[in-house]
Design a protein around this ligand. Structure first.
Ligand code: ADP
Ligand code: GN1
Ligand code: MG
Length: 357
């Protein structure tokens, strides 16, 4: 057993050269444990990787580093202007550190930045969407076959629905009684799978970020411009509609993802328009008409699919997403379904906005 305090152990492992290091939690991610490790000279973001979600952390690091390298080349050629989140090597020239059963990695801290959990203005939404668009554009010529499938079928709704039905059929924690209405609602919406299947062959497979949550984007403290796209752990091939849809899911509501004030959960149309404008601009000339049309489906599918995943995890006893209390995943699921319903009810106006760019 390692008896050295974790901040000392990590600071030595990542070559911080100083005995006095402090460590404190940052961010509000649901999967990894993210901390800021600081000495008087340098700060690093250190993450304890969730090995239930990422059973092979080396694959995750390999993917992220390939992307880092590709973006660095683009940056040197003057074709990518955002900061790049980079892994820090250990003193053993490796990228992972084991501490008992835990696996840690370190990332360079991108200073002078901040992240948001809720979008405040349309201009902020446009800035963030534009950054995700620049990221997608820069990875257009990256060979996605080089990426490992770190979480196979990550955005495969048919597979997510199968897992959901399986968990519902066993009800391992006797929680079904608390969420029958939500379960029935999910089952009633599964024709979304047919809508997705109909896209096959019509919409290109791209390198996707796959987690374009607003808090996976850093803004500049001084200018409020975009600073960096972060959290590259789920970059894998897929449809851009998913990245578009996850922005709609996390930018458009004025409430946090776990808010129980469901009457306030819904799409802000000006924010939706700002996402469209910001995301499409860097992808002009690349985005196909069918792909742009598919964004509407992404806007519907992502809140539904993440809601389905939260509900599955609630019934399954909270094995996947970190939770602060027993009903947390159920609260999140209800919130996402409220958002989904609002998006569907505003279909006409949202589709119209999509045709304006
Ligand atoms: P998680 O997988 O837990 O979502 P993230 O990589 O998204 O982890 O990090 C969580 C939060 O930590 C981010 O929302 C951001 O506020 C902060 N953060 C992460 N990486 C950096 C970085 N390299 N520089 C500055 N802040 C960062
Ligand atoms: C998780 O790690 P974080 O919090 O950025 C999840 C996403 C979900 C999101 C819901 C690897 O993202 O897929 O959309 O929570 N990441 C993984 O907020 O499952
Ligand atoms: Mg994150």
């Amino acid at each position: 057993m390692n008896t050295v305090p974790i901040e000392v152990y990590l600071s030595e492992s990542f070559g911080l050269d100083e005995k006095h290091a402090s460590i404190k939690p940052i961010g509000s991610g649901h999967i990894n444990t993210t901390m800021l490790l600081s000495t008087s000279k340098r700060s690093l973001v250190v993450q304890k990787l969730n090995t239930v979600v990422f059973p092979k952390p080396q694959l995750l690091v390999d993917n992220a580093r390939l992307i880092e390298q590709h973006l660095s080349k683009k940056q040197q050629a003057g074709e990518f202007n955002l900061a790049i989140v980079r892994h820090v090597a250990t003193t053993q020239n490796d990228y992972l550190v084991n501490d008992d059963d835990d696996t840690w990695r370190a990332l360079e801290f991108i200073g002078g930045s901040y992240s948001e959990d809720v979008v405040n203005t349309a201009s902020q939404a446009q800035t963030a969407a534009n950054a995700f668009g620049q990221f997608a554009q820069a990875l257009q010529d990256f060979d996605a076959n080089n990426l490992h499938a770190v979480i196979p079928n990550f955005h495969n709704l048919a597979m997510r629905a199968e897992v959901f039905k399986q968990v519902v059929s066993t009800d391992p924690h006797k929680r079904l009684a608390h969420c029958q209405e939500e379960v029935d609602f999910c089952l009633s919406q599964l024709s979304l799978i047919d809508e997705l299947n109909a896209l096959e062959g019509k919409v290109p497979i791209r390198v996707c970020h796959n987690d374009t949550k607003i808090n996976n984007m850093l803004f500049c403290l001084d200018s409020n411009n975009a600073k960096a796209v972060i959290d590259l752990d789920t970059c894998m091939p897929g449809y851009w509609l998913n990245d578009f849809g996850d922005m709609v899911r996390t930018f458009c509501s004025a409430e946090q993802e776990d808010s129980t004030a469901l009457e306030k959960v819904g799409v802000r149309e000006d924010i939706f328009a700002a996402i469209v404008k910001g995301y499409v601009e860097p992808l002009k000339g690349v985005l196909t008409p069918a792909e742009k049309q598919s964004f509407w489906l992404g806007a519907k599918v992502m809140p539904f699919m993440i809601g389905l995943r939260f509900l599955t995890d609630y019934i399954d006893g909270d094995n996947y997403f970190s939770v602060k209390h027993k009903r947390h995943n159920l609260d999140r699921a209800k919130n996402q379904f409220a958002l989904y319903k609002d998006i569907v009810s505003k279909q006409q106006v949202l589709k119209e906005i999509l045709t304006q760019v």
